[in-house]
Design a protein around this ligand. Structure first.
Ligand code: NAI
Ligand code: 15L
Length: 267
């Protein structure tokens, strides 16, 4: 197998549960970690339950690891203190441990909310400046910058996947554009881990959907080719025939309803 031990953080989450079995062919041992309970370790698994904000625990969790899939943290808008602890301090702890233990490759689950304030009428690529739409999005920008620093300073390679919407099915018309199927997610991870040289790469995590806001040509060296598409779900969200109101953020910005989410808006 290509790796001895892959660490998956956020293993109890929605995507972590999907990845738990699907990454097994890539490593002798998969080390699963989360703040939440992960149940019993199955064959070929190790379990480490810890808070990413606990520096000593994260350092220990990294022993013997040769690649990391960093999916742990808060995955929606939340009070800043919580984001600070899980996503900012947590990711800083993770990279410090990666560096100390000589891990060569990380895949960071970034988010489209790092660029959510671009309009749905724009097409952007990896070189366009970030435009986070939430404190959550700001924390993903921090992770992207931190990983850039660890590459430039120490040569630790990271692929930041700005995941669109990875669920069994799109849940809104917006997600017909941002949809990333689970199979395509797994393939994007496989490419991110197996490509010989990735340096610091930003990949937009989307399936081959009919409409696109993101141009992945600058991640072409990964060889990632999406094979699914949201087309088969388009009947779920037929065009209403009326124009959205000018103040309908869900239909205006790429981040959709996240723009109005969070404690400062009382939701
Ligand atoms: P999720 O919320 O279901 O899973 C996140 C996991 O991280 C949870 O199991 C949670 O217990 C764990 N976690 C939270 N704080 C922690 C801490 N302080 N220490 C240790 N573990 C902690 O989210 P989901 O959907 O599985 O997403 C996984 C990753 O992918 C997240 O980083 C999210 O931001 C990112 N992402 C997901 C998208 C999606 O469509 N599902 C879209 C864009 C990004
Ligand atoms: C995200 O970053 C979230 O983690 C996920 O829950 C989805 O809402 C997704 O973005 C999205 O934009 O649809």
């Amino acid at each position: 197998k290509p790796f001895k031990r892959i660490l998956l953080t956020g293993a109890a989450g929605g995507l972590g549960k999907v990845l738990r079995d699907r990454i097994k062919p890539w490593a002798d041992v998969v080390r699963l970690s989360d703040l939440a309970d992960l149940g019993e370790a199955r064959e070929g698994e190790e379990i480490v339950q810890c808070d990413l904000a606990d520096k000593a625990a994260v350092m220990k969790m990294m022993e013997g690891v040769d690649a990391v899939l960093h999916f742990g943290g808060i995955s929606v808008e939340a009070p800043f203190d919580a984001i600070l602890s899980a996503n900012i301090v947590g990711t800083a702890n993770l990279y410090e441990a990666v560096h100390k233990h000589g891990v060569r490759r990380v895949v960071f689950a970034s988010s489209n909310h790092a660029i959510g304030f671009y309009k749905q009428t724009e097409v952007i690529d990896a070189d366009d400046p970030v435009r986070p739409d939430t404190m959550y999005g700001v924390s993903k920008c921090f992770g992207e910058n931190l990983s850039r620093y660890y590459f430039d300073r120490f040569g630790i390679e990271t692929v930041c996947i700005r995941i669109g919407s990875s669920f069994p099915e799109p849940q809104s018309a917006r997600m017909l554009v941002t949809y990333l199927s689970y199979d395509d997610l797994v393939e994007s991870l496989r490419c991110s881990l197996m490509t010989a040289k990735v340096g610091h790469t930003i990949l937009f995590g989307m399936s081959d959907n009919p409409a696109k806001w993101w141009d992945n040509r600058k991640a072409g060296h990964l060889g990632f080719v999406a094979t699914d598409s949201s087309t088969k779900f388009s009947g779920m969200f037929p065009p209403s025939g009326t124009y959205p109101a000018a103040d309908d953020v869900g239909a205006t910005y790429q981040g959709g309803p996240f723009i109005l989410s969070g404690p400062q808006f009382g939701r």
